[in-house]
Design a protein around this ligand. Structure first.
Ligand code: NDP
Length: 294
């Protein structure tokens, strides 16, 4: 059985690592804030390593799930690069940027370590249930080797193309997510002011052509209830939308909406702070309008 190291026990990394442990893979974990790793090891069969380098020494597959590709770069330079064994694979589940992933893959390749970018979608609940969508970039043979690990937390696993292709698809998906949250928010605040209940409006929209994950799941579960659980930071959605806008610029595709998605996320994050959840962006529209979605 492949031995696995997992680096980055954040909101989504934790349940993903838990699935890997539950599937029976020998697992070593590391987290920058070490208390998170020791707590995880207490609750599971995993071993907590003192350093990231130590965590990956014996690993056939090292999984990273950090905030950004820059963080992956930093962890690699901080001892992981030199500790990875020949023939190992770095499976990067960070929602990263394609250009940095390609540079990392090249550097690892020189040491006979392969790289697969494998960002995920489906949220914390999808990670807990093992039903994440996993979009992968890299060599098909490298993906096949690590597929059993991905299958412990992913349901739909798609090979999107060469290194960076998974990151690119993820970034575009996220820009669409930001746009549908913002657009649905505008629509429902306006309808609420007009006197149409948001519940009634969503009932219609979700049986009509304006529906989306935002209207079908996020608004009913998080906005109408005013629960706004903190599962995915707005700052991370902002990062994703910025990657999407950069890809469009690199490919010389005029993409005003993608850029707007990034700019609206920045605006909302500055209003609401680094820890705000992505769905809380709706509160900015509500504050501007002087009315809540109700
Ligand atoms: P969190 O902010 O909850 O956790 C980030 C993790 O990265 C923490 O373990 C943090 O360590 C670690 N980290 C950040 N910077 C560094 C660094 N420089 N060196 C070492 N460790 C670092 O993020 P999430 O778990 O929510 O997200 C992780 C990735 O998954 C992101 O790319 C995100 O966009 C993506 N994602 C998240 C989803 C979600 O629903 N939450 C859904 C799909 C994708 P520490 O504990 O010390 O802060």
């Amino acid at each position: 059985m492949l031995s696995v190291a997992f680096l980055g026990l954040g909101a989504i990394g934790r349940p993903m690592a838990r699935r890997i442990a539950a599937a029976g893979f020998p697992l070593t974990v590391w987290n920058r804030t070490s208390a998170r790793a020791t707590a995880f090891a207490r609750e599971t069969s995993a071993v907590a390593a003192r350093t990231a380098g130590e965590a990956v020494e014996e690993a056939d597959v090292a999984v990273t799930c950090l905030s950004t590709s820059a963080d992956v770069r930093q962890v690699l330079d901080g001892g992981v690069l030199e500790s990875l064994k020949r023939g190992a694979t770095l499976l990067d589940c960070t929602s990263g940027d394609p250009a940095t992933s390609r540079r990392i893959a090249e550097q690892l390749g020189a040491r006979r370590v392969s790289f697969v970018d494998a960002p995920v979608s489906g949220g914390v609940r999808g990670a807990e249930d093992g039903t994440l969508t996993v979009m992968c970039g890299g060599e098909a043979a490298d993906l096949e080797r690590v597929r059993p690990v991905i299958e412990s937390f992913g349901k739909k696993i798609v090979h999107c193309g060469p290194v960076g292709a998974g990151d690119a698809v993820k970034a575009m998906n996220q820009a669409l997510l930001a746009l549908t949250i913002w657009g649905t928010g505008e629509a429902l605040v306006a309808l609420s002011k007009l006197g149409v209940s948001a519940r009634v409006a969503l009932d219609v929209i979700n049986a009509s052509s304006g529906r989306s994950n935002a209207s079908m799941n996020l608004f009913p579960e998080r906005v109408l209830t005013r629960a706004f659980p903190r599962t995915f930071r707005l700052a991370l959605l902002e990062k994703d939308a910025r990657i999407a806008a950069q890809i469009a610029r690199d490919e010389r595709v005029p993409a005003p909406l993608t850029q707007l998605a990034a700019d609206l996320c920045t605006l909302a994050r500055k209003e609401l702070g680094e820890e705000a959840d992505h769905v809380e962006a709706v509160k900015v529209i509500e504050a501007w309008a002087g009315a809540e979605v109700r």
